[in-house]
Structures are given as structure tokens and as C-alpha cells.
Design a protein around this ligand. Structure first.
Ligand code: 9MR
Length: 666
């Protein structure tokens, strides 16, 4: 930053925040008055007693317009991350043209409420304008340096802004570098450069690398661990690691979260949970709420137990504003307040985990019972065991296997959140030993159970294949799916299941397996509208013998437009003098059958230009914009909806916005 700009911005900011402070403190005194941490105190009081923060991701619109949102935001939380307002497309939509309105709004709110701000995010492959993405290496490096220096520099002297996500989501799931436009243009050098430029812009800010699916120990988190270690060895200023924490109850809890945080802490970095939400498959039920609440306490407990964990940020706080239903159509209710700002069991869980007496759980679960084997075939076995107990709760079991009836060593072959597990892919006529051990959320592990020895059945005894399945027929075909049924095969030993094969078109192409079924029916989904497919099935037995394939049935899906149709509703999320963001633009399948694609058209007023978009593919012709579904959000069941968003720049002083939205299902 050049010197003259700093005082100017600082002065502006101080005036704005002083006004906000006077207003807010008048309202907030009864809620925030200092009192000892009590069982019923707000989350931030209990977090502070542990030396941790508890935060939320703020959306600028409700923060400006909804009193209920603001009250919870200031009462319960001690930290704020901007959900979208500090991203590149919000702050620098075109080269060196800056919009700090949303960012300043959040920082001012935090200053007024004695909260810290985590800047999110400087270098990310999403929500970065097109003008950056197409730059050559030299220009892209300059663009990053300018962006980082200006944005971090703007808040460098603001005591509320204490940390930044410098790079976000740089890894693939297998631990290789994501081939983003950053990586493809600059190689991995952009990561170290971004950290160094951020340090130069604010020597006191804590600088983080942030990612999702790195909560447990896996290929991706290990790649992150190795990168952080190597960057620090080169004196690159990486101070902190953010585990986003976008969890879902149907995938189980990453029970080694604490262990994972601890290994990063041992590198000398601070750790934090940066974007916690725990989605469920809708609709809500009290059982699902309870599971979700347990996951929330598990996360807080893990952070409580790790000294280097600075705190936990929840990605929003009310289900009224959450990215989850927009991205995962049948999932949601991921946060700690419902749509009407009522506290959910997950709120109580966070509260109690922060307020609870025992900061660290060191007690391991009891040893599980010896596994009992059943359903032994030539290639698999089912195990079940008696549950362990634990002072806090068992979060899962590790299943260990050794070869033979003695000797060899046990290695982990799977995990289970229940008291059973099915192992497959074994060799026929072969012995194996199995043990299980239990884990709790704090990462304490029980002793291994006694072993059970299993010998798979002979692979050579049964060589007779099942009879060929017959009468394969299709029914209930829609624009995106079909139901198949057939007459059962018979077998000397017993049919274990069927393979379902599919070929494209009415002739030619080859059949590949698209699924299996243990019954005589199967539903195939995700098909294209107005398209033909051929299906066959074949039967298997336990010894792996496979029948001939059945008759072929040809299916043609219905047209996406038939009975389909869609509506579109666009919302102005935020605007400033020279631009605006429309999000969500909600597309709803208003028809009675599924659709597999949609197209929204709308008109930009003259002089307006599109500067960024997400969750749809936009093309511009004159002032007409056509938005087609992205690869992942074209399929919508009857009544289902999805959303996308875009950002526009407009001439200074012009207050018009995009209009004339129509939707079609071609
Ligand atoms: O919650 C954010 C949502 O409003 C935006 O539309 C979306 C755009 O990609 O980004 C969401 O936040 C993401 C965060 O910035 C980075 N980690 C994943 C979050 C959820 O997608």
C-alpha cells in the first residue's frame, strides 16, 4: 500500500465503526454485561474461559437487515469469517477496481462487538474473476501480489483482523496438487509467494492454509502436512492450518480428528476448524438431530483437547442461510439454529462442550468383544462383536486382519461405526485372523479384542454357474431413470446377486456393469433425457461363478421437457456503487417429472458487464445472458431446486440490475 491510502481508509473506518459501536452497545448491554461463565451463558463466554474463539461465517445481507441475526451474531460469537465478502470476486472484480463494502461492513461489526475477524480467502480457484484466470505467468504473479498486498494491507492496522486464509483448497483428494488455473500457470510456487506477500503486507497476521476433507488422517491431510512441513523448513511464513469441517452424518465422524490436529500442532503451527457444518439427509428427525449434536460436540471436544487449536468457526449459524441445500439438494439443517432462529440440539451440544467441566478426555473405550464370523464364503466374511463402552461415547471401530492361523502381523482393513463389518476380496480356502478395537472422539483407542480365525470356503468345489436370468423388463421410465426387473436364476449352491449391465443406444457400443442387486430388481438413475440404453443382467453365486447374460431390454428415456418446465427467482444479494451480486438465483423444476438440464436467460442493462459466476455456465450475447446448468446441477426431480449466482459491474451511479429472468428445460 502507498502511505497516503492508509490514513484515509483508517479514518473512514473509524468513523463508521464508532457509529456502529454506539448503536450496538446501546442495544447489547443487557446481553453482554460481564458475568462469570454460567451454565446458561453465551457460547463466546465459555469459549473465552478456555482461551478459544467460537466463530461464525457472516452473510452481509442478513447482517445488515435482520435484527434477530445480528443479535445472535454479537451475543454468541467472538470471531467472524466473511462467508463471501472478502473473496476475490467481491473485492477486486476487475483489475485494480476495488469494492470493500461487504468486507468493511463485517470488520466494522466485529470491531463494534469485540470480535476477531479471519480473512477468507486470498488465493482460491473459485470466486476468482475471469480476468485473473486467463493471465500469463508474469501478469498472474503480479495480480496475486497486488491483490494480497492491497487486501491484507487495508486491514493490517485494524486490531480486529487477526488472520487470513492465504491459500484455499490446493489439493486433490489423493494428495496431488489441484490443477487449478493457479497451479497450471505458476506451478506450486504461487503458494509460497502468496504467504510471503501476505506476511509483507501484515507482519502480525496469522497466515493459514485451509482445506476440506482433511479432518481425519488420510492422503489429502498427509499431503497438507508434508507441504506445511516443507514450507516452514524453507522459512515460508505458514502459521496456521484450517480444517474446514464440512461434515455429513451419513459419512461417519472422522474419529482421528484430534490425533490429526495434534500432528499438525507438533509442526509448530496453530490449528483451527474454519467452516464447520454437519449436514443431515432431510427431513430432520430427533434421532438425526442427536447424531448431529454428537458430531458437533466431538469437534469442540477435539479442539478443547488440543492446546494449539485456537477455536472453531461454524459456517453460518442459522439453517435459514446455509450453502448446503443449494449444493446437496436433499441434505441440509447443518447448523445450530433452525430457520426461525431457534436453538437446536446441536447448539446445546456446542454450548455444553464449551462449558463442560472436563477439558480433556483421556479415557479409552473398553475392549470390544471377540468378533464372531458368519456368512463365510470363498471370498468374504461378516463379523460382529459386542460393543465397547466409553465415558464420552464410542465413535467407531477399527477392523484388523492378519494372514494365516498364527504369525504375521495385524493391519487395519477397515472401520465401522456399528458393531459389524463385512470383509471381501479374500482368497478361497485361506485362513485369516480378525481383531477389532474401539475409538472415541478424543482419539483414545481401546486394546484390540481377542482374535477370531476364519477359513474361507473352497473356491474349487463349486464350479456350477447359476441359470441365466430371464424376462428382463423395464418399467417406470422417466427422463432420467428406469426400473428393471427379471425372473430369478437358480443355482446348486445359491445365487448371491446379480450384475446389471448397460450399453448405450439401440445397437452397437459395449455393455459395462452399472450396478449390482441382491434382489430381482434394480433402479438405474442419472440417465439423459430422450436417450436409448440397453440393459442385461447376469447372476453370481458365492464361489464367483457367473451365469450367461439375460435377454436385452431397450429403454428410451422420456424428453426432459415433457411434463417438465422450470421457474426462476433471482435475489439481489448485495450491491455497491459500481456493481452487484445476484445470488441465489433459484431454479425450480415446476413440472411433474425429473429434468436433466435447464437454461435461464436474462438481460443486463446497457453498460453492465458480467465479472464472475458460479454453479452455472454463462454465455453473453449483447446484453442477453444465457445460464446453463453446470455438470452437477442439471438433474432436478419434480419440485426440486438448485441455485447459481453471478456478479456484475455497472457504471458508477447506475442503480439498475439484471432483469427479465426466464427458465426453460430444453
Ligand atoms: O458458503 C459459500 C457460498 O455462499 C458460496 O456460494 C460458495 C461459492 O463457491 O462458497 C461457499 O463457501 C465455501 C468456502 O468459501 C470455502 N470452502 C467451501 C465453502 C462451501 O462451499
Amino acid at each position: 500500500m502507498t502511505p497516503p491510502r492508509v490514513p484515509f481508509h483508517r479514518a473512514t473506518r473509524r468513523i463508521a465503526s464508532l457509529a456502529a459501536l454506539t448503536l450496538v452497545s446501546a442495544l447489547a448491554v443487557p446481553l453482554l454485561s460481564a458475568s462469570p461463565a454460567s451454565a446458561s451463558g453465551p457460547l463466546r463466554t465459555h469459549a473465552a474461559a478456555r482461551g478459544k474463539f467460537i466463530g461464525f461465517a457472516a452473510a452481509t445481507n442478513p447482517l445488515a437487515n435482520e435484527a434477530a441475526y445480528r443479535t445472535i451474531a454479537q451475543t454468541e460469537f467472538s470471531q467472524i469469517t466473511a462467508e463471501n465478502a472478502m473473496k476475490w470476486d467481491s473485492t477486486e472484480p476487475s483489475d485494480n477496481s476495488w469494492n470493500f463494502s461487504g468486507a468493511d461492513q463485517i470488520v466494522n461489526f466485529a470491531v463494534a462487538n469485540n470480535q476477531q475477524v479471519h480473512g477468507h480467502t486470498l488465493v482460491w480457484h473459485q470466486q476468482t474473476p475471469g480476468w485473473v484466470q486467463g493471465l500469463g505467468a508474469t501478469a498472474m504473479r503480479t495480480a496475486i501480489q497486488d491483490h494480497v498486498s492491497t487486501l491484507v494491507g487495508r486491514y493490517a492496522n485494524n486490531a480486529a483482523v487477526v488472520s487470513w486464509d492465504v491459500v484455499n483448497e490446493v489439493f486433490n483428494e489423493d494428495g496431488t496438487f489441484r490443477s487449478s488455473f493457479w497451479y497450471n500457470t505458476l506451478g506450486q510456487s504461487y503458494i509460497a509467494d502468496a504467504f510471503r506477500w501476505a506476511r509483507a503486507a501484515d507482519p502480525d497476521a496469522r497466515l493459514c492454509i485451509n482445506d476440506y476433507n482433511v479432518e481425519g488422517i488420510n492422503a489429502k491431510s498427509t499431503a497438507m502436512y508434508n507441504l506445511v512441513q516443507s514450507l516452514r523448513a524453507q522459512n515460508v511464513p505458514v502459521d496456521c492450518v484450517g480444517f474446514q469441517g464440512h461434515l455429513a452424518t451419513q459419512y461417519g465422524f472422522p474419529s482421528d480428528l484430534q490425533q490429526n490436529m495434534q500432528r499438525f500442532a507438533a509442526l509448530g503451527v496453530q490449528v483451527r476448524v474454519t467452516e464447520l457444518d454437519i449436514r443431515i439427509q432431510m427431513p430432520r428427525s430427533s434421532a438425526k438431530d442427536t447424531t448431529q449434536a454428537t458430531y458437533y460436540s466431538n469437534v469442540i471436544n477435539a479442539c478443547n483437547a488440543v492446546t494449539a487449536c485456537a477455536g472453531v468457526t461454524i459456517w453460518g449459524f442459522t439453517d435459514k442461510y446455509s450453502w448446503v441445500p443449494d449444493t446437496f439438494p436433499s441434505e441440509g439443517a447443518a447448523l445450530i439454529y433452525d430457520e426461525n432462529y431457534q436453538q437446536k440440539p446441536s447448539y446445546t451440544a456446542v454450548h455444553n462442550a464449551l462449558a463442560g467441566g472436563t477439558p480433556t478426555d483421556t479415557q479409552a473405550p473398553t475392549t470390544p468383544g471377540t468378533p464372531v464370523a458368519s456368512g463365510v464364503t470363498s471370498s468374504g466374511v461378516s463379523l460382529s462383536w459386542t460393543a465397547s463402552t466409553d465415558n464420552v461415547g464410542v465413535s467407531g471401530y477399527d477392523i484388523l486382519r492378519a494372514p494365516g492361523t498364527s504369525g504375521g502381523s495385524f493391519t487395519q482393513v477397515g472401520t465401522s461405526t456399528t458393531t459389524s463389518f463385512t470383509d471381501s476380496g479374500l482368497s478361497a480356502n485361506t485362513s485369516y485372523r480378525y481383531q477389532v478395537r474401539a475409538r472415541d472422539a478424543a482419539g483414545n483407542v481401546s486394546s484390540a479384542s481377542s482374535a477370531v480365525t476364519v477359513t474361507t470356503t473352497g473356491g474349487t468345489g463349486d464350479t456350477q454357474a447359476p441359470s441365466t436370468p430371464a424376462n428382463l423388463a423395464a418399467s417406470g421410465t422417466t427422463s432420467s431413470g428406469t426400473s428393471l426387473s427379471w425372473t430369478a436364476s437358480t443355482d446348486n449352491v445359491g445365487v448371491t446377486g446379480y450384475d446389471v449391465l448397460r450399453a448405450p443406444g439401440t445397437s452397437g457400443g459395449s455393455f459395462t456393469q452399472v450396478g449390482t442387486s441382491t434382489t430381482t430388481s434394480f433402479s438405474d438413475t442419472g440417465l439423459s433425457a430422450n436417450t436409448s440404453y440397453r440393459y442385461q443382467v447376469r447372476a453370481r453365486d458365492a464361489a464367483g461363478n457367473v451365469s450367461s447374460v439375460s435377454n436385452t431390454v431397450t429403454v428410451t428415456t422420456t424428453g426432459g421437457g415433457t411434463g417438465g418446465g422450470c421457474t426462476v427467482a433471482a435475489t439481489l444479494q448485495t450491491q455497491w456503487q459500481t456493481g452487484y451480486v445476484m445470488e441465489p438465483v433459484r431454479v425450480t423444476n415446476s413440472g411433474t417429472s425429473a429434468i436433466s438440464s435447464w437454461t435461464v436467460t436474462f438481460t443486463l442493462p446497457s453498460g453492465h458487464t458480467l465479472t464472475g459466476s458460479w454453479n452455472a455456465v454463462l454465455t453473453v450475447s449483447g446484453q442477453t445472458v444465457t445460464a446453463r446448468n453446470a455438470a452437477y446441477n442439471g438433474n432436478l426431480g419434480a419440485g426440486q431446486s438448485t441455485t447459481f449466482g453471478f456478479q456484475v459491474s455497472r457504471p458508477n451511479g447506475n442503480t439498475a440490475t439484471a432483469s427479465g429472468f426466464t427458465c426453460a428445460t430444453p
